[in-house]
Design a protein. Sequence first.
Length: 127
Amino acid sequence: MNYEGTYSAVHGWLRHQIGTAKPPCEKCGVTTDDRRYEWALLKGKQYQKKRENFFILCRPCHVVYDGVITLLAIKKYKPVVAIKEGKHMKFHSIQEAARITGVSKTSISNNLHGRSKTAGGFVWSIA
């Protein structure tokens, strides 16, 4: 197989030689299996078949890292942290937290604004 130079070829080489990207995200540290993980090219590096040119990011971090989401779009999302039994889970938004944990967005928001002590068994805070 020829794995030289192109995006598809190099990512094919990564998956074949190193394997699929798996948690944790090397930016935010999230390890949940509910997220998609991807190989991301380090800034300043070229598409070459070198493991050191890439790192593993969860999809939300990869989109931000590559600049797909502009700073204006990022500002409308509030990163939140769910705490339960001393364990912390960080999410990029209330919507993402609700999707992954199964706790309603309204319940999370109520907890963040002090209208409830917990939501879904978690104590929530703005990250």
